[in-house]
Design a protein around this ligand. Structure first.
Ligand SMILES: Cc1cc2nc3c(=O)[nH]c(=O)nc-3n(C[C@H](O)[C@H](O)[C@H](O)COP(=O)(O)OP(=O)(O)OC[C@H]3O[C@@H](n4cnc5c(N)ncnc54)[C@H](O)[C@@H]3O)c2cc1C
Length: 436
């Protein structure tokens, strides 16, 4: 028997566990340790609440989660309740699947003004992440800016633009729904330093913007290169550009009171305001021969009392684990950090790709583990029993998968007809659901 600790129960953690089971069968015991009392990482706390079909991916992890040799150990923060060095004394291998939860900072003057919020915080707020329950984003003025040209930027802009009615069937948390219902925001401007061809937005996410109830997309036709240039793009990307071209060719629906403005070739220089964000000062850019954005010197103001930065994420450091400052992730060699210590998913490669991209990562890391301790060999370390003892001594009360099912059933049971599912947001709510 071999004991493996996987830290983080997001997609990368589950794919790693699935792959380890394929290598070792019943001869491995896997503990999935997570700081949250519930599993699935960004599937619960990141993926947009109005994209339920994507959130349903977590059902695919249930087979692994419910198998006899996989144990969910929630409510345990590695680095706080237990250290990596301690885990290495208990387990034959330790896999870091901790994701990249920190917002990359926008390093321009004014980025620390109230009203400037990272997308991790904003997304966490509407998805019920306990760290952001008290965020209270300012929605009291007419305009917001989202900085970034990826799908996370689109998620933030879309959530700001939807009506209560459009959230039916979602699992947006009630505090966010109520605040958005009262929101005064009428214009959301999405700023991108480069042009339409450089976006990292996918067709499905762009396409739905054409069908919002009260908001219409606004795209400038002059921002596009000649149509023939689209032929060099890969098919998915070309589809995204085609959708943007369609938006540019269509007069925004006058019956819709809100606008989502795509401002390309727009580099934020600074954020200004009296005691809070009021406007973003933007420089018009052009692409140089290498494809980089170059400032033209022409500047203009974009009003915004809420500025959301969606410009990437990084992993927090962990004591004793080498860190790659530039990449914002653990320093690793194709997943190997050190002897018996590995990284997978966003903690390994940074915040790129879809949920599915983490699957090959998980399979690769399992190969590395299997190469280091071939299936059929046995170890002497105590694994789960040792961790239970240690957490018990420290008064840490982990949650297990049955607890998660109980929490989920309670959440579903509390839903009112016509309202989104009511999610638990604060740790005390979770514990109350468990009768603790
Ligand atoms: C806003 C947003 C929307 C997205 N939407 C989509 C989408 O629609 N479709 C799609 O395909 N992809 C989407 N993605 C990408 C997808 O969520 C990621 O590819 C995936 O979640 C990365 O998996 P992971 O397991 O590496 O990290 P995560 O999912 O972040 O999981 C990391 C886990 O580690 C735990 N953890 C962290 N630190 C510790 C610690 N010290 N101790 C214990 N546990 C810890 C966390 O609680 C978390 O459960 C989205 C991402 C974001 C940010």
């Amino acid at each position: 028997m071999r004991h493996v600790a996987v830290i983080g129960s997001g997609p990368a953690g589950y794919y790693s566990a699935e792959a380890l089971q394929k290598h070792y069968g019943a001869d491995v015991s896997i503990d999935m340790i997570d700081r949250m009392p519930v599993p699935y990482g960004l599937i619960r706390f990141g993926v947009a609440p109005d994209h339920q079909s994507i959130k349903a991916v977590s059902k695919r992890y249930e087979k692994v989660a419910l198998s006899d040799n996989v144990r969910f150990v929630g409510n345990v923060t590695v680095g706080q309740d237990v250290s990596i060095a301690e885990l290495q004394e208990l387990y034959d291998a330790v896999i870091l699947a901790t994701g990249a939860p920190n917002d990359r900072p926008l390093e321009i003057p004014g980025s620390n003004l109230p009203g400037v919020i990272g997308s991790a915080a904003f997304v966490g707020w509407y998805n019920g992440h306990p760290d952001f329950a008290e965020l209270a984003p300012p929605l009291d003025a007419g305009a917001a800016v989202v900085i970034g040209n990826g799908n996370v930027a689109l998620d933030c802009a879309r959530i700001l633009s939807k009506t209560r009615h459009e959230f039916e069937g979602s699992d947006i948390v009630e505090h966010a729904l109520q605040a958005l219902d009262l929101s005064a925001i009428r214009t959301v401007t999405i700023l991108g330093r480069r042009g339409p061809h450089q976006i990292a937005m996918t067709p499905k996410e762009l396409g739905e913007l054409g069908h919002l109830e009260v908001s219409a997309p606004v795209v400038e036709g002059a921002d596009f290169p000649p149509l023939e240039a689209d032929e060099a793009l890969d098919p998915g990307h070309r589809k995204s550009i085609t959708i943007l071209r369609e938006f540019a060719a269509t007069e925004p629906d006058a019956a819709k009171p809100k606008r989502m403005v795509f401002d390309f070739f727009a580099k934020p220089l600074r954020i200004e305001g009296q005691g809070r964000a009021e406007r973003v000062i933007v420089e018009r850019t052009t692409l140089d021969e290498t494809g980089a954005a170059r400032g033209t010197g022409e500047t203009y103001d974009v009003p915004a009392s809420l500025v959301i930065t969606a410009i990437g994420y990084s992993s927090p450091r962990m004591d004793g684990v080498p860190y790659d400052d530039r990449g914002g992730k653990f320093r690793n060699d194709d997943g190997r950090i050190a002897d018996r210590l590995f990284a997978v998913g966003w903690a390994r490669r940074g915040p790129t790709g879809t949920i599915g991209t983490n699957r090959p990562d998980g399979y690769e890391v399992a190969e590395l583990v299997a190469a280091q301790m071939p299936p059929g060999t046995t170890g002497t370390l105590p694994g789960a029993e040792g961790l239970k003892r240690l957490l018990n001594e420290r008064g840490v009360m982990p949650t297990d998968y049955d607890d998660w099912r109980k929490i989920e059933e309670t959440e579903v049971g509390r839903a009112r007809p016509g309202s989104p599912r009511e999610k638990f947001v604060r740790p005390e709510d979770w514990l109350r659901a468990l009768g603790r």
